[in-house]
Design a protein. Structure first.
Length: 69
């Protein structure tokens, strides 16, 4: 889990051996997709207490399981 900075910093991605990124940031981009990093981006989630995020859980969970296999 991180903010924009580490997620967009190639040395950090390499040093931490990150292979998958799950983002819930509006306007997020797959910065390192061309370097083999896989992305799942939910860019329509708003930072609002009325936002229903439950509908994203199944897909996010499957993505995390794929990353761990």
């Amino acid at each position: 889990m991180s903010g924009y900075g580490p997620a967009e910093d190639e040395p950090t991605i390499k040093n931490l051996k990150i292979s998958h990124v799950l983002s819930v940031v509006p306007c997020a981009r797959a910065h390192f997709a061309n370097k083999g990093i896989k992305y799942l981006i939910f860019d329509d989630i708003q930072d609002d207490s009325s936002q229903n995020v439950i509908k994203y859980f199944e897909r996010a969970n499957a993505y995390v399981h794929e990353a761990l296999s």
